[in-house]
Design a binder for this molecule. Sequence first.
Ligand code: ATP
Ligand code: MG
Length: 273
Amino acid sequence: MTGRPPGSERPTAPPAAPAGHSEPIVQVERVSRRFQVGGEEIWAVRDLSLRIERGVFAALMGRSGSGKTTLLNCIAGLDRPDSGRVYLAGTEITRAPERQLLQMRRHAIGFVFQSFGLLPLLSAYENVEVALRIAGAGLQKRRARTTELLQLVDLHARSDHRPYELSGGEQQRVAIARALANDPSLIVADEPTGELDSGNARAIFDLLRRLAHQRGVTILTATHDRTVLEFADRVDEMADGRLLEHHERDLTVTARNRPAIADEPAPQASPGR
Ligand SMILES: Nc1ncnc2c1ncn2[C@@H]1O[C@H](COP(=O)(O)OP(=O)(O)OP(=O)(O)O)[C@@H](O)[C@H]1O
Ligand SMILES: [Mg+2]
């Protein structure tokens, strides 16, 4: 016993925030990452702090070399900061053992890359399904989920196509379906439209926005593509490893203007919004 007076058994710590309201999915606290190349020290990320709430589409912009990819890698557990802390859904990952990071990358985070990263010999269907296989899903679940995801990205009719039989925009939509396979709370997308024309880039950003707003997935993208300004809820600009600006849109307005999606169930009351 701690000798509390009678009637004061309740902990004195402040109550937890209401679930899904103010707990950020991504929380970066005073993170720095520097590289030593020859005799030169490069501060890719400097003392940077950032919070991103659930169901938000967030974009990082900034010149080449400003530190966007380095920051994404630290957030996604692909790299470790030299100092500072990163939390994902409230759990600190900065000092987590590699096995735990691997599980987290497999189950809690979806990755989307500039060059799509699809396996060339597999069909669109198999490229999505393989992520479910790796995570150990059974046949029934794999079939149902893969079909649902290809419908979600409007590519069900292209299930049997191999990557070279798909346009760049279609390939990136398959990659997004694959990233969603294990129902991640966060999707990290580094230059997802870097190899696409402006029409396809708009379609990809629109899809990412809908995933955030209708399914509550948090999206964090690094991009040079200014089209993202029309779609993202917030845009942070990096320069020399630091954040410069932060424009947060009125999310209510974004929600009101939310476009309807074919083949998509009515949005659930998504947490955090
Ligand atoms: N593994 C590494 N070793 C040494 N230096 C690195 C490494 N990774 C990144 N850097 C340096 O850190 C800085 C930030 O790189 P980063 O890739 O994060 O930039 P970026 O904003 O993503 O650029 P881009 O828009 O060109 O993708 C750059 O100066 C880069 O040269
Ligand atoms: Mg980069």
